[in-house]
Every structure is written in structure tokens, then in C-alpha cells.
Design a protein around this ligand. Structure first.
Ligand code: AMP
Ligand code: TRP
Length: 328
């Protein structure tokens, strides 16, 4: 079975964009691949975090994944810091990564500007740790957003560099980038991607938003001039709403267009909001139920970490042998 690896940081609230572009696909793919899904808490601390909040978000994210349909028996769902091999492989890869290439990473440059008072080594090492995450599991595919593509490319370069220097060890992974219809845009600026870091809370619908909040955000969503509900490049607002409807209702664009033909913008926005809220309600209820059963959730995570550890240890001991660490 081919291996799929992905991770999300437990920082920020997941949006319906994350759900459509990432989590829902993970659920769909979990039966076709051997999947490892991590909660990247070690990546999260490269920017300042409140410790109690980080702990809370880690558990909440685990509950949310399971509530969205990630089956913890099918996939290894685990917390990155529970598997020490990530940090260990990162150290070996550090000695293979040039300072020049790490400092040229777009996200490192962006984050250095944004957190100018805290340009720490971890921030620069972020993509190397990500390469370690991916390479430990002999991953074939890495589903990520376009912003993470450069990091997956570094993982490929490091895998090839290691293999060339020490002989064939790592599988060279491929990024799987979400595009086209799976891209959900901001409700306020529909030519921009919906993002969990958007400062305007009305721009994004979070998976944790209750029905009233969802409805209010859709009511306020920016639309376009004219009154026809059709998907077109001149109508980014309406197109985005139609896209969201298709993704949540499970239909094609032309089916959605004929459903709403002749309807006013106001009623259309309400219908899209209802559709989204109907999908989110059971996910939220399940998440709350899981958060009340902390032992069950902790059990899933420790089983996930154990499975991940077994796979990771195989790669790590091969790596240690190849680089010349004495192993007795
Ligand atoms: P991010 O929230 O940027 O860290 O992205 C985490 C994952 O969610 C990535 O794999 C993205 O592909 C996906 N994602 C984030 N925002 C969107 C969006 N607006 N539409 C579709 N997918 C998204
Ligand atoms: N850096 C990724 C993000 O912010 C999260 C991540 C950490 C990741 N390790 C990974 C994604 C390994 C894919 C593979 O989205």
C-alpha cells in the first residue's frame, strides 16, 4: 500500500477551507493508502504559544479529526512530539541541509518579518523537521496546500542528497496540491483563499462556528453586481458561494446553478449557509462528545504514536547505521 503523510499545526481554528481542501480528502483517502496524520505541536512552538492553550488545541484537533471521519483504527493519528524519531532524524538531516537553502525558504522569510523579535533556530529548521516527518515513513504522497510545496521540495532534495551520499534509504515523496474547485475563498475578499490566519473573522467560516454564526457570516458574504446566480470569472463572490454549496451538498456546478436559477442573492446566501451548518452540526456534536471522553481520545493517540513509532524506528535505525553511528 502506498503511504500518505500529512500534518496540521494545532494553532488557529480550522476553516471550512481546511475541511474541504484537506481533512475531508484525508478521510476519503484513508482506505486507499497507509496514512499517517500528525498534530504538529513541535512545529507550532517555533512561534510563541501559550502552553495551556497549545495543550488544549492539540486535544481539540485530535477530537475534530476523529469527528470529521478520520478512523483512528485505520490511520495512525498521533501527536508529533510523542514520537521522538522526528527530532532525531531532524538532527541528521540538519547536517545535510545548507544554511543558504534553509534561509531562502519563502515561509522562513515571511515569518521572520512577521515575528521579527523571535527569529529563532526552530523557525529556520521548520522545513527540515517537516522533511524528517515525511521521510521517516517512506512516504509516497504528501497532501498539502500550495504554501507548503516548497517544503515538500526540500524534503525531496534532502532524500535524494542522503540517498546519493549514503546509498538508497529514503523514498522520494511527491506533493499532492489541492487546486481548482477544492479551493475555498474568503467570504469578504473572494479572490483570496479562505485562511485560518485571516484577521477578519467574517472572512472565514470555522468548523467550530455555531449555526447562528455560520448564517450571519453567509448573510454578510460579499456578492457581485447583477442578479444572476452563475459561476463566472466576473463573479468571484457568487462563484465562491456556489463552490461552497457544491462541496458541502455534493453536486456539480451546473446542478447548483439550476437549483438556484431565478432566486435572489439574499435567499441564495441563506441556502448556502444552511447547507454548511447542516454538515457542521454533527461534526461539532461528535467533537464535544469525544472531548468529554478524554481517556478514549488519549487511547487513540497513544495507539497512533505506537504505530508511528514502529514505522519510524525502522527508518531511523537504517539512517543511524548508514551515517556511521555505532550501534553495538
Ligand atoms: P493551512 O490552513 O494553510 O495551514 O492549510 C492546511 C491544509 O488545508 C492544506 O493542506 C491546504 O491545502 C488546506 N487548505 C487551507 N485553506 C484552504 C482553502 N481555502 N481551500 C482549500 N483548502 C485549503
Ligand atoms: N507545515 C505544515 C503546515 O503548516 C504542517 C506540517 C508539519 C506538515 N509537518 C508536515 C505537512 C509534514 C505535511 C507533511 O501546513
Amino acid at each position: 500500500m502506498k503511504v500518505m503523510y500529512s500534518a496540521v499545526q494545532p494553532s488557529g481554528n480550522l476553516t471550512i477551507g481546511n475541511y474541504i481542501g484537506a481533512v475531508r480528502n484525508w478521510v476519503r483517502l484513508q482506505h486507499e493508502y497507509e496514512c499517517f496524520y500528525a498534530i504538529a505541536d513541535m512545529h507550532a512552538i517555533t512561534v510563541k504559544q501559550d502552553p495551556a492553550e497549545l495543550r488544549r488545541r492539540t486535544l481539540e484537533l485530535a477530537a475534530l479529526y476523529v469527528a470529521c471521519g478520520i478512523d483512528p483504527e485505520q490511520c495512525a493519528l498521533y501527536v508529533q512530539s510523542h514520537v521522538s524519531a522526528h527530532a532525531e532524524l531532524c538532527w541528521v538531516l540538519n547536517s545535510l541541509t545548507y544554511v543558504g537553502e534553509a534561509s531562502r525558504m519563502t515561509q522562513f522569510k515571511d515569518k521572520s518579518r512577521k515575528h521579527a523579535d523571535n527569529v529563532n533556530m526552530g523557525l529556520m529548521d521548520y522545513p527540515v523537521l517537516m522533511a524528517a516527518d515525511i521521510l521517516l515513513y517512506q512516504t509516497d504522497f504528501v497532501p498539502v496546500g500550495a504554501d507548503q510545496k516548497q517544503h515538500v521540495e526540500l524534503a525531496r532534495d534532502l532524500a535524494e542528497r542522503f540517498n546519493k551520499r549514503y546509498s538508497e534509504t529514503f523514498k522520494v515523496p511527491e506533493p499532492l496540491i489541492v487546486q481548482g474547485e477544492a479551493r475555498i475563498c474568503s467570504l469578504q475578499e473572494p479572490d483570496k483563499k479562505m485562511s485560518k490566519s485571516d484577521a477578519d473573522p467574517n472572512a472565514s467560516v470555522y468548523l467550530s462556528d455555531d449555526r447562528d454564526t455560520v448564517m450571519r457570516k453567509f448573510k454578510r458574504a460579499v456578492t457581485d453586481s447583477g442578479n444572476e446566480i452563475l459561476s463566472s470569472p466576473e463573479k468571484p463572490g457568487i462563484t465562491n458561494l456556489l463552490n461552497i454549496y457544491c462541496a458541502f451538498h455534493g453536486c456539480t456546478m451546473s446542478e447548483a446553478e439550476s437549483t438556484f436559477a431565478g432566486m435572489g442573492y439574499g435567499d441564495f446566501k441563506l441556502a448556502v449557509g444552511e447547507t454548511v451548518a447542516d454538515v457542521l452540526a454533527p461534526i461539532q456534536a461528535e467533537k464535544e462528545r469525544l472531548l468529554k471522553e478524554k481517556d478514549v481520545l488519549a487511547g487513540y493517540l497513544s495507539a497512533g504514536a505506537e504505530r508511528a513509532f514502529k514505522a519510524a524506528r525502522k527508518t531511523l535505525s537504517k539512517v543511524y547505521r548508514k551515517v556511521g553511528f555505532y550501534q553495538g
